[in-house]
Design a protein around this ligand. Structure first.
Ligand SMILES: NC(=O)c1ccc[n+]([C@@H]2O[C@H](COP(=O)([O-])OP(=O)(O)OC[C@H]3O[C@@H](n4cnc5c(N)ncnc54)[C@H](OP(=O)(O)O)[C@@H]3O)[C@@H](O)[C@H]2O)c1
Length: 205
């Protein structure tokens, strides 16, 4: 399959490597790196990206590993932090799907990213939790409406082993390696289910 992977960071790089190792053709996209440039907060750049790839042979799947949210104690959060977080991880991923949908192959798939904050509440994480719910709500609802057999799922990792700067914000949360998160993207891409949130939380114990 030809897969557009948005995000070239910790998760995006692991997704690219895992998909390539399983025989998929990967086009990586970032704001400042990757095979192509696009900004998920800029719908025009998304439309140009997908129209361009469609014109050059098309694509079967889009996997997103991008979208920032601000960590801040609720009472200190600003209007700008809320707006930027919703615009990036929330509407950014939603607009990614909307921009790609006219071009993605029949029975293609989208895989978005949320995170453990949907279910586990930590310090200063209300913006992240709220935006993750937005993403997961979109995935579950849009799965019932996508045409042409197109599927959509979401990967929800706990904090990553490699993301050591985040570890102090997740005391007592066993981290998950990026390679394992990337396998969840492969699972979502290569199997026929839709509307699922694949959780790599490790917090059931
Ligand atoms: N790391 C974790 O522990 C963890 C856990 C759960 C969920 N997540 C979620 O997973 C996603 C990726 O996390 P990560 O740790 O892999 O991040 P990362 O290492 O910081 O990499 C983020 C990537 O996304 C790109 N990006 C950011 N904003 C973008 C935008 N507006 N348009 C296009 N590309 C953009 C960045 O491009 P540039 O560098 O060019 O700006 C970079 O390639 C985030 O949504 C995060 O909330 C992460």
């Amino acid at each position: 399959m030809k897969v557009i992977v948005v995000g070239t960071g910790t998760i995006g790089a692991a997704v690219r490597d895992t998909l390539a190792a399983h025989g998929h053709e990967v086009l990586s996209v970032g704001r400042t790196s990757g095979d192509r440039r696009a900004d998920i907060t800029d719908t025009a750049s998304l439309r140009a990206l997908f129209a361009g790839v469609a014109g050059a042979g098309g694509f079967d799947a889009v996997a997103c590993a991008a979208g920032d949210v601000f960590p801040a104690p609720l009472e200190q959060t600003t209007d700008q932090q809320w707006a930027d977080s919703v615009a990036a991880k929330g509407m950014g991923q939603i607009n990614l799907v909307r921009a790609a949908l006219p071009h993605i192959a029949d029975r293609g798939s989208f895989t978005l990213v949320s995170g453990v904050l949907t279910d586990e509440f930590t310090q200063a994480a209300t913006i992240g939790a709220t935006v993750n719910h937005m993403v997961e709500g979109f995935v579950k609802a849009s799965a019932t409406e996508l045409p042409r057999g197109v599927r959509i799922n979401c990967v929800s990792p706990t904090v990553l082993t490699e993301s050591v700067a985040y570890h102090p914000y997740f005391p007592g949360f066993p981290p998950v390696p990026a390679a394992e998160v990337a396998l969840a993207y492969l699972r979502a891409l290569a199997n026929p289910f839709t509307g699922r949130v694949l959780k790599l939380h490790r917090t059931d114990g």
